[in-house]
Design a protein. Sequence first.
Length: 143
Amino acid sequence: MTARPSVLFVCVHNAGRSQMAAGWLRELAGDRIEVRSAGSAPADSINPAAVEAMAEVGIDISHQNPKILTPESVQASDVVITMGCGDACPFYPGKRYEDWKLADPAGKGVVEVRPVRDEIRARIEELITSLLPQDAPTAPAQN
């Protein structure tokens, strides 16, 4: 893995889950981790309920646009996290892959999107700890 790890979040439409995950990672890791997101069949715009749910916690993803998944984006990433894209996600040796089973927020209101947002945050916190172990809190030395 490179000095600054790179993570790619992939879902079908790149309009909800992957955008929320990218927003959380940018917010919680800052510039310590490079963040990408893409979709196997991108929507025309971001899910408004996802935008609203993230705005409730102070994260603005309204300026993001769904992007098409490319082999280059996968090759340029150290970690590829899929969220329901199935076989549409290309596989390259040497990459760390995780498949996050998350409810699809498509067509749902903000009340139904909040639990997905919160679950994504918890997973992002675990991801940061695994990618930046030197930043994880350590117990004081025992004498």
